[in-house]
Write a protein that binds this ligand. Structure first.
Ligand SMILES: N[C@@H](Cc1ccc(O)cc1)C(=O)O
Length: 468
């Protein structure tokens, strides 16, 4: 009885033509049209979705708390939510306190190592706070780019709320009953794992049911009609749409509103690497894990081949503005005008206007600029959370040791002898001025506003010494 209906329930895949250049958009254009033009849409479960977004609707996106911060890979889906938010739709960011303890098999070739409850708790709190900050900074950024405020506050929910009190019998009766094992087995995330020697645990196999139930729950209790996620989430999103339809057919739910899904492309750089990694490490949105300066620099290093695409995806500049930037960039590519614009816009989006200021100050310090135009406070503010670059010691201690000892204390060199070698070779600087005596002691004149001095080793290894 179910199999004949299944084909009707299965959402249609619509591949969209992602032409970025031809259409112009304005701030109030349909969200799906705008997102498509910006390259933020991989697939839609139905083309009808555009009609439903003409009037206010609710949309959700989930993230599992696998770390205590989100990273640049998450920024693509957050941008999707932001596009809805700034046009007055209700956005729901779901933190997977429950799903995070199970582990999504999508896009993974082996089982996940479960996270302890303590770690999960810390991660959930970190991500919740960060999502609030993203929307707060994102809305301010949007206002400055011509989107008027909508007054709709985003919701941040945790699925632990509805799963923690559900027992095994309820799960099988209220969730499992509305899923078909053959459909579950056909999901890419399961199929690819079944073929490996390790196989897939029943736990990870069940993951899709949790995410499916989330969609049903948010549909029923929060009027949520759309789920958005990376393209690896297609199977989980369609599982949710099936769950909503089946529960409705079984009279379990009086809801009749249709549910939809949007997937966002998984981003690869022009050289084929996963977007959002710097030297193999994730670029985090939390400034104590990736300093604002490093965040800014990540975008400054974007390849020419990617920069236009990223301006569309990660900023709210309109197509005309982007075209103009690219035009001036192409006239003088070595000036990296487009990269600088991208770095400034994304830093403002994620870290606010103060963040842009910090990134600029840090660049001035770290690229050998004229330090005399900066105050000690500005420098310290720019590096406040950058524990890899900032070292604090008592002033008397700093002033009483030689530069070779100081460099080692500040972790600028591994040992005193390494420091001595570097100094003798002319590779050590205080406030960008070369020092050639290993016994040199920092003096009154070296302190910027009596607070900080900048120690540089070689061309680009910078350390800030703060007197406390
Ligand atoms: N499975 C998603 C996260 C998620 C969790 C729960 C949901 O309801 C939705 C999405 C991911 O791994 O990216």
């Amino acid at each position: 009885m179910f199999s004949s209906r299944l084909s009707l329930l299965r959402p249609t895949v619509l591949l969209l033509n992602r032409s970025l250049t031809t259409l112009k958009y304005s701030t109030n254009s349909n969200v799906i049209t705008d997102m498509t033009q910006r390259g933020l849409v991989a697939n839609l479960t139905s083309p009808e979705i555009s009609q439903h977004t003409e009037t206010s609707t609710a949309i959700y996106c989930g993230v599992d708390p696998t770390a205590k911060s989100l990273h640049l890979g998450n920024l693509v889906t957050l941008m999707g939510l932001l596009h809805f938010q700034i046009r007055g739709h209700q956005t729901i960011a779901l933190v997977g306190g429950a799903t995070g303890s199970i582990g999504d098999p999508s896009g993974r070739s082996s089982e996940r190592i479960p996270l302890s409850e303590d770690i999960l708790r810390v991660n959930v709190a970190g991500i919740e706070e960060q999502i609030h900050r993203f929307f707060s900074n994102g809305n301010k950024y949007a206002n400055r780019r011509g989107f008027s405020g909508t007054g709709v506050t985003p919701k941040v929910l945790n699925n632990y709320e509805w799963f923690s009190s559900m027992n095994a019998l309820e799960f099988l009766g209220n969730v499992g009953r509305y899923a078909r094992v053959n459909t579950m087995l056909a999901k890419e995330s399961v199929k690819s794992r079944i073929e490996t020697t390790q196989g897939i645990s029943f736990t990870e196999f069940s993951y899709q049911l949790l995410q499916a139930y989330d969609f049903w729950y948010l549909h029923k209790y929060h009027g949520c009609r759309i789920q958005i996620g990376g393209s690896d989430q297609w199977g989980n999103i369609t599982a949710g749409i099936d769950m909503i339809n089946r529960k409705k057919d079984q009279g379990e739910s009086e809801e009749i509103e249709k549910a939809y899904g949007i997937t966002i492309p998984l981003l690869l750089t022009s050289s084929g690497d996963k977007f959002g990694k710097s030297a193999g490490n994730a670029v985090w949105l939390n400034e104590s894990m990736t300093s604002i300066f490093d965040f800014y620099q990540f975008f400054m290093k974007t390849a020419d081949a990617d920069v236009g695409k990223y301006l569309s995806m990660f900023t709210l500049l309109n197509q005309q503005e982007i075209d103009d930037i690219i035009k001036s960039h192409q006239a003088n590519p070595e000036k990296r005008i487009a990269q600088e614009k991208l770095a400034m816009e994304t830093t403002e989006l994620v870290h606010g206007r103060e963040g842009v200021q910090k990134a600029k100050t840090a660049s001035q310090v770290l690229f050998g600029g004229d330090l005399s135009t900066l105050t000690g406070r500005e420098i310290l503010d720019a590096f406040k959370d950058d524990s890899s670059r900032l070292a604090k010691f008592e002033r008397s201690k700093i002033e009483s040791c030689g530069l070779d000892v100081l460099a080692t204390l500040a972790n600028a060199t591994q040992s005193k002898s390494e420091a001595q070698k570097k100094i003798k070779a002319g590779g050590m600087y205080i406030n960008n001025v070369r020092v050639i005596d290993p016994r040199y002691k920092v003096t009154e004149a070296d302190w910027i506003d009596n607070e900080v001095c900048v120690l540089r080793v070689g061309k680009s290894s910078y350390h800030l010494i703060q007197a406390v």
